[in-house]
Ligand binder design. Structure first.
Ligand code: ADP
Ligand code: ASP
Ligand code: MG
Length: 404
């Protein structure tokens, strides 16, 4: 069977008019002789509305009920797509994840797909039907509905492509592919023709919302190639594939920025062995992900400053845990929410010297102050003041020759 998985994101199914267009795209693949599996996200805004409702009810909403609630948007969009396919003469039905089932492991709100039962979907495809599967949701060992984290229908599509051995997995979205940086932030951003899993994973984790980070891990692990393209215009998009398939690497492939980081500085911490561990232990015990860390060198009176970043929505919990921590003594706690992490990503930097210097010099030329730095083999991130995001992106985009 020549199976193709087509995934549609929120904006692509954002209105009933858009859903009619999506049904035509699906019909186009069916006409070409593909057995089509559709995966859909909720109509844009639907998931956010449901999350808001949960917050109105309780600021400590039960996590299993939360997943039942926030996954509901996908039921609506899938029924509408199937309904439209029926209307234009195709056999189609919606499938909720539990009806297949799509099995997941892990915590509510951030589960991962472990297995998909193939039989019912294969039988349905063989009967000439087009299954329209709810993205974002699954079911766990307790037969309860789970969700895969924000943006999780990307992972649903990729795991469907793996389990059904699809020839193609196409992610239809509201931009023409993966760009050198968010095209809604920088007009000069350019579409990338082909990008490696490693670079896409870094970009996604560092703020490129176009693909969910976990979904790229799933794709890389299972060697699922992904096409990212627009559901609005029929143009060639971006191929996400293994590094070996890419002939030429630029030094830098892409840039990202974040809007949801917060910086904390503990001023005047006693500098003695184990102090950093004492600061971070309660955070790790409470599942708070500490991202960038910097510790200044000790002064004469053996004091140091420890600066670190966390996601903004975990800031109040972090502050509470730091203040409650009896194991550490410090003079002051300074919090800054007006920060953004700017990153440059590219496998080319492994073999090109001087990239770090070029990044710092470019920011210095624009009088942009660097607050914290972190690096890995294929990325360099710096924390800067939020008001400088656009200026920094534009300057770095030019410096690393991404404008052309
Ligand atoms: P969908 O609803 O289709 O899943 P998302 O909103 O999750 O779409 O992702 C698409 C959005 O990702 C784009 O509208 C764009 O603003 C944003 N984005 C951020 N970084 C990038 C990038 N490097 N390339 C393309 N889009 C990006
Ligand atoms: N509807 C879900 C969300 O908004 C899943 C997705 O869009 O991929 O996060
Ligand atoms: Mg998305």
């Amino acid at each position: 069977m020549k199976i193709v998985v087509l995934k549609f994101g929120g904006t692509s199914v954002g209105t009933t008019e858009r859903i009619k267009k999506v049904a035509n795209i699906i019909a186009g693949y069916a006409k070409k002789g593909f057995k089509v599996i559709v995966v859909s996200s909720a109509m844009s805004g639907a998931t956010n509305d449901l999350i808001k409702k949960s917050r109105d009810i309780s600021n400590d909403f039960n996590s299993s009920e939360y997943d039942v609630l926030v996954s509901a948007g996908e039921q609506i969009s899938c029924a509408l797509i199937s309904g439209r396919l029926n209307h234009i003469g195709y056999k189609s039905r919606s499938w909720m994840s539990w009806q297949i089932p799509i099995l997941t492991k892990g915590e509510y709100c951030s589960s991962r797909i472990s297995k998909i039962n193939k039989k019912k979907i294969i039988d349905y495809l063989k009967s000439g039907g087009i299954p329209v599967i709810t993205g974002f949701q699954g079911v766990n060992n307790d037969s309860r509905i789970t969700t895969l984290g924000r943006g999780g229908s990307d992972a649903s599509a990729i795991m469907c492509a793996k389990f059904f051995n699809a020839k193609k997995c196409i992610i239809f979205t509201d931009v023409e592919g993966v760009y050198t940086t968010d095209p809604n932030n920088l007009k000069k951003a350019k579409k990338i023709k082909v990008i490696s899993y490693e670079e896409m994973l870094e970009m996604a984790s560092l703020g490129a919302k176009v693909m969910q980070p976990n979904s790229i891990q799933d794709a890389r692990l299972n060697r699922v190639e992904i096409d990212v393209k627009s559901s609005f215009v029929n143009k060639k998009g971006t191929l996400i594939t293994k590094r070996k398939n890419i002939l030429r690497n630029r030094t830098i492939t892409g840039l990202t920025s974040t809007k949801n980081d917060a910086k904390l500085t503990l001023v005047g911490v006693k500098d003695k062995p184990g102090v950093a561990a004492s600061v971070f232990r309660p955070l790790s015990q409470n599942q708070i992900n500490v991202d960038m860390v910097v510790q200044t060198s000790s002064t004469q009176n053996r004091e140091t400053d420890i600066t670190f970043t966390v996601k903004s929505d975990e800031l109040s919990k972090t502050i509470r845990l730091v203040k409650q921590n009896k194991k550490i003594k410090y003079r002051d706690l300074i919090v800054n929410k007006d920060v953004s992490k700017i990153s440059i990503i590219g496998v080319g930097m492994i073999t090109t010297p001087g990239v770090t210097y070029r990044m710092f010099q470019t920011l210095a030329n624009k009088r942009i102050n660097i607050l914290v730095i972190s690096t890995s083999e294929i990325k360099i991130s710096v924390l800067i003041n939020k008001k400088n995001i656009k200026k920094a992106l534009a300057a770095l985009h030019k410096e690393f020759k991404l404008n052309s």
